[in-house]
Design a protein around this ligand. Structure first.
Ligand SMILES: [Fe+2]
Ligand SMILES: [Fe+2]
Length: 170
């Protein structure tokens, strides 16, 4: 029994160490983006549930990083693409009323891409992630990279978790 507890605690220590190390490595990959004033502006725009665009992008970036690192893909580009994938910089809840654009779900990847390339140099994977993350809504614009396919999943996963965690009403 003592042996079992000892092994369990050693496994927990190792798990905790990996979690800490991966978090630090992740932040090193996205630091330049996450602390840039244009990216910080995403905090002004509410997104799913009680989250804002910045928090959502940070969540997607982190899950992208973990999954891609686990599968030995380009975790750095996946994290960076995730951090910028919703850089459309407006409140989509009022966007339709203000602009008449009722296709936000389809048009915002291109808006995010235009903003992202204005401020950052992006590689092929990062561009793919931003432009195709809304698949299957953007039916003919589908991911060409494995990191892009992972983002299709992490974006929906994070979006649904955030939507589930609505603001509490007092
Ligand atoms: Fe999006
Ligand atoms: Fe998203």
């Amino acid at each position: 029994m003592l042996w079992f507890r000892d092994t369990e605690s050693r496994l927990n220590d190792r798990k905790e160490k990996y979690r800490r190390d991966w978090r630090e490595d992740f932040y090193d990959c996205v630091k330049e983006l996450a602390e840039h004033p244009v990216v910080l502006r995403m905090k002004l725009y509410p997104h799913h549930g009680a989250s804002n665009c910045y928090q959502h992008c940070l969540n997607v970036a982190f899950y992208n990083y973990c999954w891609c690192r686990f599968f030995h893909l380009d975790a750095r580009s996946a994290a960076r693409g995730g951090m910028l994938h919703d850089l459309f910089l407006y409140d989509w809840h009022t966007h339709r009323r203000k602009t008449g654009d009722c296709l936000h779900g389809i048009t915002h990847p291109r808006a995010a891409y235009k903003n992202a390339v204005k401020f950052f140099e992006l590689n092929r994977i990062e561009k793919d992630i931003i432009l195709t993350h809304m698949w299957p809504l953007t039916f003919f614009r589908f991911p060409r990279t494995k990191e892009g396919w992972i983002t299709v999943l992490t974006d929906k996963y994070c979006g649904s978790l955030e939507t589930g965690k609505r603001k509490t009403v007092n």
